[in-house]
Structure formats: structure tokens, C-alpha cells
Design a protein around this ligand. Structure first.
Ligand code: FAD
Ligand code: EPU
Length: 337
């Protein structure tokens, strides 16, 4: 399995940042992993695991080995009304969603049109429109870098939370996810409570939505709000929605009564980072080659030719301004590489 050197990554990250990797290889099977990890190049270099590059901002060339995970395959096992769907880590997430929706396997439809790969779906516990991967996650297999062994992780092992998992925490950089199994159902329990889903269904005159309807409606809402990375470079929400203590929230909401907020775990409160950023005047702002998206201030964009440093510096300005106005510290959701 060949390594390439000085590999351009511009087309391998959705921000479209022009950087190179010192070494690069694509893994198509677990056997490829074993081969790569027997090589001297792995031993002598730092390692970056790459899926679709849709949650990364490269701020410089990568002076190490980038391993793109391309392991494919979808396997379906029916268990009564439940369906266990196992997909290779390199399957494109939205291709899997469309496959499951077409087959009538319910559970993933609210997660339609999220870019990236299956293997990355548990890393930050992807979520949208009232559903997170943890709600359908059964298990995953992962290659342990230190031992070369394949280990299985249950849902409890993964310690999922909002945009978090064990793979971003204490096991960061230690495992490469090779496949994920999702528990779906042939008996849909459609989730329409989030945001604009109900309004969009009503507009379309749909009172008893199928999972295909939900998938279509979610896609339409997303297209109206989010820039398409194939034309405008971006990595989705650049920051997490901040979660704050109830007492801090009460002080803030007395000053800003129209501030959107949602209940979070342990009696805490989640704020909408997009609203905070918009309230600081950043929505749609163009700053050199970067800026925020005109329909969603939480999304930083590359208007063409932006460097990672430029986007990063702009994100710092946003963090500082939001902190000054609201006393709330925004945390980046995108991986800075
Ligand atoms: P990458 O960006 O390649 O990698 C992300 C992280 O996962 C890195 O740390 C990488 O090292 C690690 N990783 C990747 N693959 C593996 C593997 N096989 N094993 C171990 N580690 C791995 N996210 C949401 O949650 N909800 C959304 O609604 C959403 N909307 C988005 C909209 C747009 C337009 C864009 C561009 C992004 C959006 N995202 C969203 C973010 C992104 O789609 C997800 O984070 C996605 O899971 C990233 O997948 P990826 O394969 O591109 O991962
Ligand atoms: N808002 C504004 N101004 C903005 C953007 C948002 O006022 O510029 C307000 C909205 O009006 C709404 C609230 O903020 O009241 C929430 O907005 P939205 O429903 O668009 O969702 P979000 O909180 O901004 C989150 C996720 C998205 C996910 C959507 C839908 C995070 C960090 N982001 O965005 O995920 O698609 O909900 O569930 O949790 C991603 O992670 O990359 C991503 C796109």
C-alpha cells in the first residue's frame, strides 16, 4: 500500500484550505491498517486520521502522516422490528442515511445531509434536528494504534455527550474507528419536534410524515441555512453551543430576554452560539477571504483563497467579542490542525 509525499489536501477538507501533508495514505481495509502500522513511516511521524475532512481547519502544512480512512461496506441484520446496520468507517454518512431511508429503516432520517464519514460519526456524536448518533448507536470496532488490535466499543464505552465522546477525550489519538453498527427500526418513531421541521411539514400539507418526508424536510431546511461546501468552503458550525449554569443564565436572560435557550444535562442551560455571534454584529460579515455565513452566523466560511490562519484569527475575534458582550466563552467545535 503506497504512501504519497507532499500530498495536497485542498480537495480533502471542506474548508478548501490549501495545505500539504508530508506523507499520505488511504486505508481501504483493516489489513491495510496492519500494513501501514508495520512501516517505519508511521513509527517516525505524527499521525492524523482523516475522514471527509468536514470538521477540520488546517492552519499549516501537516508535517506528519495523514491516513484517510476509506473502508467500505454495508451489512444489514434484521432482528424482529429492529435492524442492525453495520457500515465501514469510510462510507459516506449521507449515502448511508439515504440507503437506510430508502429501505424503510428508521432512526437516521433527522441526520440527513451531514457531511463526512461513518467512522467520524461517533467521534463528536454528530447531531441535528433533535437526534444524535448516540440515539441509534449500537457499537463500533476500532483499531488500537498501540497494539494493532481491533476492539469493540459499546454505547456505554463511548461516553457520548453533546458533540463529545471518549474518542475526543481520554482515548484521543489512540484508536481508528473501522466500522460502526447502528440500531434502526422498521417501526418509525418520527421526531418532528425540533426547530422548523413541523412548520415545513405543515407548509407541505403533510400530517403523517414518513421517514422519507422527514429526510426531505431536514434536507430542505439545511440547504436554506447552510453553505454548500462544494461552492463555499466551510466546516459547519465553527463553535459549540455553550452550556452555562442556571444562575449565570438567569442574569443573562434578564438583560437579553429574547436570547434562545434550551435545557441541557444536570440542570444547565444551552445557548445558541449563532444568536450570540449575530448579536455582536458578525452575521454575514466578510473579513478578507473569510467571514460568517449570511444565513447562519455560527458557520465560518472561506470565500476563496483563505488561509487556515486567517480563519483562525477571525474565530479569535469572534470569541473575544462574544466574551466581552455576554461573558460567555465560545469553544471551537472544529478540529484545529
Ligand atoms: P473529519 O473532519 O475528517 O475528522 C473529524 C475528526 O474525527 C478528526 O479528529 C479525525 O481525526 C477524526 N476521525 C475521522 N475519522 C475517524 C476514524 N475513522 N477513526 C478515528 N477518528 C476519526 N456535524 C454535526 O454534528 N451536525 C451537523 O448538523 C453538521 N452539519 C455540518 C454541515 C456542514 C456544511 C459541514 C461542512 C459540516 C457539518 N458538521 C455537522 C460537521 C461534520 O460533518 C461532522 O463532524 C462529521 O462527522 C465529520 O466527518 P468527517 O469524516 O469529515 O471527519
Ligand atoms: N440563530 C441566530 N442567528 C444565527 C444562527 C442561529 O439567531 O445566525 C438562532 C436561531 O434563530 C435559533 C438558534 O439560534 O433560534 C439555533 O439555530 P439553528 O436551529 O440554526 O441551530 P444551531 O444551534 O445554530 C445546531 C448545530 C448544527 C445542527 C443544527 C440543527 C451545534 C454547534 N450546531 O446549530 O450542527 O445542524 O443545530 O440541529 O450544535 C454542526 O455541528 O456543524 C452543525 C451544523
Amino acid at each position: 500500500m503506497p504512501f504519497t509525499t507532499n500530498q495536497p489536501l485542498k480537495n480533502l477538507n471542506t474548508f478548501g484550505i490549501s495545505v500539504n501533508a508530508k506523507f499520505f495514505a488511504e486505508i481501504l481495509s483493516e489489513k491495510d491498517l496492519a500494513t501501514v502500522f508495520a512501516s517505519d513511516i508511521v513509527k517516525a511521524n505524527k499521525l492524523l486520521v482523516l475522514g471527509g475532512g468536514s470538521n477540520m481547519l488546517f492552519i499549516k502544512d501537516y508535517e506528519g502522516l495523514v491516513l484517510k480512512v476509506g473502508i467500505k461496506g454495508i451489512n444489514v441484520e434484521e432482528r424482529g422490528d429492529d435492524v442492525l446496520v453495520t457500515a465501514g468507517a469510510g462510507e459516506v454518512w449521507d449515502v448511508l442515511v439515504k440507503y437506510c431511508v430508502a429501505k424503510g429503516y428508521a432512526g437516521m432520517e433527522n441526520l440527513t445531509l451531514i457531511p463526512g464519514t461513518v467512522g467520524a460519526s461517533p467521534i463528536q456524536n454528530i447531531g441535528a434536528y433533535g437526534v444524535e448518533v448516540k440515539d441509534i448507536f449500537e457499537s463500533c470496532t476500532a483499531f488500537e494504534i498501540a497494539t494493532g488490535e481491533i476492539r469493540t466499543f459499546t454505547k456505554a464505552d463511548c461516553e457520548f455527550a453533546y458533540r463529545e465522546s471518549v474518542f475526543k477525550g481520554k482515548l484521543k489519538g489512540k484508536f481508528i474507528v473501522t466500522s460502526v453498527t447502528y440500531r434502526l427500526s422498521k417501526k418509525p418513531n418520527v421526531q418532528t419536534h425540533y426547530g422548523a421541521i413541523n412548520a415545513e411539514l405543515e407548509k407541505r400539507g403533510i400530517s403523517e410524515p414518513t421517514i422519507a418526508d422527514i429526510s426531505e424536510v431536514v434536507a430542505a431546511i439545511r440547504v436554506s441555512k447552510l453553505p454548500d461546501p462544494s461552492t463555499i468552503g466551510n466546516a459547519g458550525s465553527f463553535f459549540k453551543n455553550p452550556i452555562i449554569d442556571q444562575t449565570v443564565f438567569e442574569q443573562l436572560v434578564s438583560q437579553f430576554p429574547d436570547m434562545p435557550h434550551y435545557p441541557a444535562a444536570d440542570g444547565r442551560v444551552k445557548l445558541a452560539a449563532g444568536w450570540l455571534i449575530e448579536a455582536c454584529g458578525f452575521k454575514g460579515m466578510v473579513e478578507g477571504n473569510t467571514g460568517t455565513w449570511k444565513n447562519q452566523a455560527l458557520v465560518l466560511v472561506n470565500h476563496g483563497g483563505a488561509t487556515g490562519q486567517e480563519v483562525y484569527r477571525f474565530s479569535e475575534t469572534i470569541i473575544n467579542t462574544v466574551q466581552q458582550k455576554f461573558g460567555v466563552l465560545l469553544e471551537r467545535e472544529v478540529n484545529i490542525i
